[in-house]
Design a protein around this ligand. Sequence first.
Ligand SMILES: NC(=O)c1ccc[n+]([C@@H]2O[C@H](COP(=O)([O-])OP(=O)(O)OC[C@H]3O[C@@H](n4cnc5c(N)ncnc54)[C@H](OP(=O)(O)O)[C@@H]3O)[C@@H](O)[C@H]2O)c1
Length: 254
Amino acid sequence: MSTRVPSVLITGASRGIGRGLALAMLERGWQVEATTTSLKVLQQKEPALLTSGISWHELDQGRQPAVAQFIHTLKTRQSRFQMLVNNAGIYSGEPDRIFAVNFFGLVQLTSGVQALLPENALIANISSGMGSLDQFSKKAVKELLRPDLELHQLEKLCQAYCQDRQFSAHHGWPGNPYSASKAALNAYSRIANRDRQHSGQRVISICPGWVKTDMGGPAAPRSIPTAISGILDTILHSALTGGQFYRDGRPIPW
Ligand SMILES: NC(=O)c1ccc[n+]([C@@H]2O[C@H](COP(=O)([O-])OP(=O)(O)OC[C@H]3O[C@@H](n4cnc5c(N)ncnc54)[C@H](OP(=O)(O)O)[C@@H]3O)[C@@H](O)[C@H]2O)c1
């Protein structure tokens, strides 16, 4: 099915980078569907966003049943998206909560909406330079970069990271769970891109840089508009190669 106006689904668009990106894509003529963890809070904090032309959905990506319900809603409505931007993310909390939002919920959502994405769709995972493989042992890097790494094997590593406090020390993963979750997300981008090659769908990771948002804090050197411009330079670039990590429209090392 083709729609005249291209559409994008952006998670975590109530604040920060997701909010900036949703408004920028709306301005460029895209139909934007977006998520917030609470429509009530959004109504209180920024009611204008609710009437901006963006279609809003409530989603806590860290809760499996909520993600399943959201996928069901999108399927029932027969939604179609040329692009999925997995932006929602958290920095703080217990490892299992960080992984639930930044990795497991994202994977569940991306797999669940596969049928709603056309052949040439782009899936952009907003990752972080903090997920760089520099912080992993050589053995762990080798394992994560294995071209035949399967999703279930990656999920098992992530579950072990969350359950075993000694995992990072024993397996050469970083002690910071945010870094670990973003490295896992990058591994997912490589796996999902490889597994979707037959469909022409591309999956990439993007680092927005260190950005002045609630997460990035006031000391961050980048403004939200600068970060959005770098993201748009990447996702609206037709010569984009799937399975790569981008910053400001250019591939960077994992
Ligand atoms: N800021 C930086 O310097 C920086 C650097 C590298 C990467 N990143 C990445 O960029 C993305 C956006 O970051 P940001 O700086 O814009 O963060 P932010 O200002 O903290 O905004 C986070 C967004 O994610 C949503 N979110 C949080 N928990 C969620 C959950 N459980 N389910 C669904 N949505 C949830 C929030 O929704 P609510 O408002 O409803 O809570 C909000 O819209 C994240 O993936 C982050 O890791 C940021």
